[in-house]
Design a protein around this ligand. Structure first.
Ligand SMILES: *Cc1c(COP(=O)(O)O)cnc(C)c1O
Length: 446
């Protein structure tokens, strides 16, 4: 049994790796855009913090990189009315995938024309809401949705703007992508079986439906352009076939999934410019091969905008040293956990963290855990934290801005944390913290 075999990696310092641009260590204190975290914590922890300028710069970088094209911010990664408004101010559109996301974007004053609607199983009510608000694109995902949407559009006297989501057989994540002929998943319509062709043809032939383009989404946490390039080639081969059959394809949307760094060990993704340059050259080469005009390009980044800008600030509670087969592991509990970040439990996702207090104590192998009644309630499986971390310390976890608050639950009857946007101009709640009235108010009075 050796102590050293439980080697752990400390968090990278602010300004590097997964931390947002305006996090710094100033006079021994962690600060975000000039605000001491210890001052922000006075409003209660856990709290999600957003580096507002970091987030809007990331949004703008995608808009600059795509040039003549559209960037749809994937609202499922994290959405609030004010955030939706910021995205539109930066020149983005908003991608929604449910009635709640659509209503949130509308509540932010986003014009319907700048909203896209996804979903593999959209209700009649959702499609009606979308049409009544002149949503710019509805991404059709199943054969039955054609008739469903056509009926609703006819009844409302509208023409529904349709994209068709296709499955190219390309699946990507990290540096790897695989291309298969088989599709065994719930999203999209197969190019291989002809399902996509039948749906596009039905849309093109219906007076209450208009066919605007093809959509493809190949995965998540993708770090370089190769997978997108392969998907673009498959989509364009199909666009060539449609064009020869008299159906023009004005636009192609290659979806989201652009990767980020969660820890200091994660490889850095290529820049927005390099990513789009790689995608564009594949798109243009495929169009030249098919002899068709290059369609307008759109993309749907989510986590690459909201992820690295967001962090979670916790207060440390109980700590204990646990003997493992490999040595002693320190368990540090925080006042949140799987209710505010389900990704470690759901995907085995890795994170990293810094302690606010400066200390000379040596780093020890640490597991950061939550306060929920599950042994799988892990915040960070393995990180090196100072050996003297104790109750009352503030702990900041990196890159929780995407799929943190948006996947949060009230498990164990906790109040879900608020999301505080912080900039040099001040602080604003994007989502206010829940109160006991919010939690208990759902119960009928006895
Ligand atoms: C999830 C999703 C996105 C965003 O994915 P990120 O990994 O957050 O960039 C975009 N488009 C579609 C269709 C999605 O399902």
């Amino acid at each position: 049994m050796s102590f050293a075999s439980l080697a752990s990696i400390p968090a990278p310092e602010p300004g590097t790796g997964p931390w947002p641009a305006n996090l710094a260590r100033t006079e021994g204190k962690l600060t975000l855009a000039g605000h001491a975290l210890s001052d922000l914590a006075v409003r209660g922890t856990p709290v999600y913090l957003v580096d507002e300028n970091d987030m809007t710069s990331r949004a703008r970088a995608w808009v600059d990189a795509i040039g003549d094209g559209d960037v749809y911010y994937a609202g499922k990664s994290f959405l609030s009315p004010l955030l939706a408004r910021w995205m539109v101010e930066e020149g983005l559109c908003i991608d929604t995938a449910s009635e709640g996301e659509l209503r949130t974007a509308l509540a932010g004053g986003v014009p319907g024309e700048k909203i896209g609607l996804h979903g593999n199983s959209k209700s009649d009510a959702l499609l009606e809401l979308a049409l009544e608000n002149n949503v710019g694109r509805i991404v059709v995902d199943s054969p039955g949705e054609v008739e469903q949407l056509a009926d609703i559009a006819s009844r409302l006297g509208r023409v529904a703007p349709c994209f068709v989501r296709v499955t190219t057989g390309v699946h990507a994540g990290g540096h790897e992508f695989i291309a298969t002929a088989h599709e065994d998943q719930k999203f999209g319509l197969s190019l291989a079986t002809g399902a996509a062709r039948d749906v596009v043809t039905a849309i093109a032939n219906h007076p209450n439906l208009s066919f605007l383009g093809l959509h493809s989404h190949i995965g998540s946490q993708i770090l370089d352009p190769e997978g997108f390039a392969a998907a673009a080639s498959a989509v364009i081969a199909f666009a060539g076939e449609l064009t020869r059959n008299g159906i023009a394809v004005p636009e192609v949307d290659l979806g989201g999934g652009y990767g980020i760094q969660y820890t200091g060990e994660d490889p850095q993704p290529v820049s927005e410019k390099q990513m789009l340059a790689g995608i564009r050259s594949a798109l243009e080469a495929a169009c030249a091969a098919e002899g068709i005009d290059v369609p307008r390009l759109s993309i749907e980044p989510g986590r690459s905008i909201s992820g690295p800008s967001g962090m979670t600030l916790y207060t440390v509670g109980a700590t204990k040293d646990v003997m493992t087969d490999d040595g002693v592991r320190r368990y540090v509990s925080v006042d949140g956990g799987m209710s505010d970040n389900i990704r470690p439990a759901l995907y085995g996702a890795d994170y990293t963290a810094l302690v606010d207090r400066v200390t000379d104590a040596e780093g020890v192998p640490t597991r950061v855990v939550g306060m929920h009644c599950e042994s799988g309630d892990i915040v960070i499986k393995d990180v090196s934290l100072p050996g003297d971390v104790s109750r009352g310390d503030l702990l900041l976890v990196a890159a929780t801005g995407a799929y943190g608050r948006s996947m949060a639950s009230n498990y164990n009857m906790i109040k879900r944390p608020g999301v505080l946007a912080v900039s040099d101009r001040g602080t604003t709640w994007l989502v206010r913290p829940e109160t006991w009235e919010d939690v208990l108010g759902l119960f009928p009075e006895l």
